[in-house]
Design a protein around this ligand. Structure first.
Ligand SMILES: [Zn+2]
Ligand SMILES: [Zn+2]
Length: 361
């Protein structure tokens, strides 16, 4: 295993952006100067060919599949004595609330401003996202804006390409992008990356209340399960499945966007990083795995813009728009996106696309 000495630390100078704030919302192409001089021993990921070795694919597939299979195998074993329909219903409900909180709220609204929201809905999105236990709004937004600014280059908090692109370096990079980066002691500057939300009293307060919201996320399923069946055992099984397993599952799905969606999948749109569209993660991630389009057009409210690409978060934004909870939604723009499709590709854009000039609501 790697020691901390050879993992290295990201260049601190590169972590401090010259132009913060709104600049972080616009396309993710890192300025060459931000990359620093290329070290001779260190690969420049954007210049290297796509890795497609069978070994790497088998390895990541194993890491993803084996724990999932173990979890699925536990379900019939536990059925009837440690797991019941109540647990499944509560787990799915909390998964959807927290997952949409991350996808619609933390990511598309708070990080990228893909739409505007009325105050109660803004608060609801921040609370729902907090239930995912992925950190307070301010931390998440700051990290993610930094990711876009330096995407797959020096300064990106979680690029799988940070150690190079040979087989060993990529294996280490995938583990780092998935989970290792969470332990990096370098914290993203909130003053630099999210001054907009730092100035918002509601969001500052909700960020401070994050530990309380974590407690709600863990205890509410137990309370609901216990009251529903009126038993302590039901409270415990609901806590196990709808709190612990549900949180772990959503964590892995979110982290997969950082690891898998920057390594494997389709490059349907022109990007200068390694972001890719991964169709098999689309439903579980509420559309977040259409990550290649997202890097090509970060403020777009719909990530699965092509016909047939399921994007539950985009449909939820569409419903919220009809209800008047959100407005000024940045729906896919045909004129802008057609030019971004890679040469030789001309798949049709899906619904919610603005076919003519931009018009409000
Ligand atoms: Zn990304
Ligand atoms: Zn993003």
């Amino acid at each position: 295993m790697a020691t901390s000495a050879n993992i290295g630390t990201p260049g601190t100078a590169a972590l401090v952006p010259p132009a913060p704030g709104a600049a972080a919302l616009v396309p993710p192409v890192p300025a060459p100067s931000a990359l620093g001089p290329p070290a001779p021993s260190r690969a420049r990921p954007e210049l290297e060919p796509e890795p497609s070795g069978l070994g790497e694919r088998i390895l990541i597939g194993t890491f993803v599949a084996v724990p999932m299979i173990a979890l699925l195998a536990a379900i019939p074993l536990a059925w009837g004595w440690g797991l019941g329909w109540h647990d499944i219903v509560i787990a799915v409900a909390f998964y959807v609330i927290a997952g949409l909180g991350i996808s619609m709220g933390y990511h598309r609204y708070f990080t990228h401003g893909s739409f505007k929201a009325v105050r109660p809905f803004k608060i609801a999105l921040a609370v729902a996202g907090s239930l995912a236990i992925e950190g307070p709004v301010l931390t998440w937004v700051a990290d993610h804006r930094r990711h876009h600014k330096y995407s797959d280059a020096e300064g990106d908090p979680h690029s799988p390409w940070r150690f190079g692109n040979d087989w060993k370096a990529l294996t280490k990079g995938l583990a780092y992008a998935h989970i290792g980066w969470l332990f990096d002691p370098n914290r993203t500057s909130q003053e630099k990356f999210c001054p907009d939300w730092l100035a918002d009293d509601d969001i500052r307060r909700l960020s401070r209340w994050f530990p309380g919201l974590v407690a709600v996320s863990l205890l509410a399923p137990a309370l609901i399960g216990g009251l529903w069946a009126w038993s302590w055992t039901a409270a415990i099984t609901a806590f196990f499945w709808a709190s612990l397993v549900r949180v772990a599952f959503l964590h892995h799905v979110t982290w997969s966007i950082n690891s898998i969606c920057h390594t494997f999948g389709e490059e349907e749109f022109e990007v200068r990083d390694k972001s890719r569209n991964v169709n098999w993660l689309a439903i579980l991630s509420f559309g977040e795995s259409w990550h290649n389009l997202h890097h090509a057009d970060p403020t777009c409210a719909r990530h699965g813009v092509l016909k047939g690409q399921v994007d539950v978060a985009a449909r939820s934004i569409w419903i919220a728009e009809k209800l008047g909870w959100v407005y000024d939604v940045r729906w896919p723009d045909e004129a802008r996106l057609t030019g971004k499709q890679r040469a030789g590709r001309s798949r049709k854009l899906g619904s919610m696309t603005k076919r003519a000039v931009r018009s409000p609501g």
